[in-house]
Design a binder for this molecule. Structure first.
Ligand code: HEC
Ligand SMILES: [Cu+2]
Length: 313
């Protein structure tokens, strides 16, 4: 839809057509009522203008009319709501097997890292027809990761992780914008997403120095920061075993059950006292101020990989 309309961004992801259809529905409904009401206003203004000696009949309301003009907009707005909510949830929920890309926003650039370790700034290369899951955070203020061609737009917030995903359907190069005003050079916080055939992507990967993968770097940190002394995974260890833990619910000492997700992992490392696992003492030291966002992402990637090894996620 709209491919040839110059005002519209290209449609290049699995959800972009659905977003456009919802958008078209909203526009059509709005135009219909805007023109309908404007027409009626003009018509009545002429039809019932003040004339010498003519006094129109007074109307004292009509229940029937009230009901009709309440129910029709109610129905329409419920359609908008459920349609929009359905689409919104679809954009939140990455399909299984998505490729994990880590994104960090900072004034004024986008830093990304591939699951295989390659890093990029203000550009992201991805294979076509493959879901890509973005785990995003910011080093300073709120940014917003926006790829119009994919209809993908999510805030990137300091102190927490937000997840977004897309699956590109067309090879090409697409704009990446920051869509949250973030300071002087906000307008320069732009980049490109390059969508490639799978084999081109693989060739591209081999051409970029990879270094460690986030997972490997995380495993190294896990030892150098001495996390493994408590999280050894052995019976009687001072900390809970992390193998097979990510993605499962955690029973806390105060009775709450919380999901072991990205933000829980982050909080456990920076503020361990906030959520203490049932059956353990609150002895884990805080690592607040000792880890960069990069290192936190790496530890997260490692903890996540332990979860995946432990079976279904
Ligand atoms: C002094 C021992 C100790 C060290 C060192 C330690 N932890 Fe912990 N950790 C614990 C204990 C005890 C708990 C459970 C109580 C709690 O949640 O505070 C825990 C909980 C966690 C949890 C939540 C686990 C769950 O099952 O819900 C994560 C994730 C975690 N630690 C990661 C780390 C990482 C990463 C490091 C290194 C940067 C680290 N820990 C270092 C003792 C430790
Ligand atoms: Cu920004």
């Amino acid at each position: 839809m709209w491919q040839d309309a110059p005002l519209f961004p290209e449609s290049a992801s699995t959800i972009s057509d659905s977003v456009d259809q919802l958008y078209a529905f909203l526009v059509v409904v709005s135009l219909f009522f805007a023109f309908g009401i404007a027409t009626v206003v003009v018509f009545f203004a002429v039809r019932y203008r003040r004339r010498q000696g003519v006094i129109p009949a007074r109307i004292h309301g009509s229940v029937q009319l009230e009901v009709v003009w309440s129910l029709i907009p109610l129905g329409l707005s419920l359609v908008m709501f459920f349609w929009g909510a359905k689409l919104y949830f679809a954009t939140l929920d990455p399909p299984p097997g998505a490729m994990d890309v880590y994104v960090t926003g900072k004034q004024w650039m986008w830093k990304v890292q591939h699951p295989t370790g390659q890093r990029e700034i203000n550009s992201l290369h991805v294979p076509v027809n493959r879901p890509v899951r973005l785990t995003m955070t910011s080093e300073d203020v709120i940014h917003d990761f926006y790829v119009p061609a994919f209809r993908t737009k999510r805030d990137v917030v300091p102190g927490r992780y937000t997840i977004a995903w897309f699956e590109a359907t067309k090879v090409g190069e697409y704009h990446l914008f920051c869509a949250e005003y973030c300071g002087t050079k906000h307008s320069e916080m732009i980049g490109s997403i390059t969508v490639m055939e799978q084999h081109d992507y693989e060739r591209w990967l081999t051409g970029v120095a990879a270094g460690e993968t986030p997972q490997e770097a995380g495993a190294r940190l896990f030892e150098s920061m001495r996390c493994n002394t408590c999280h050894s995974g052995q019976d009687g260890a001072r900390g809970p075993t992390l193998t097979g833990a990510f993605g499962k619910p955690v029973q806390l000492r105060d009775g709450r059950v919380v999901p072991f997700d990205e933000d829980y992992t982050r909080e456990s490392i920076l503020n361990p006292g906030a959520a203490v696992v049932a059956g353990f003492d609150s002895i884990m030291p805080t690592y607040e101020g000792q880890l960069s966002e990069d290192q936190l992402m790496q530890l997260l990637a490692y903890v996540k990989s332990l979860g995946a090894e432990g079976g279904d996620q």
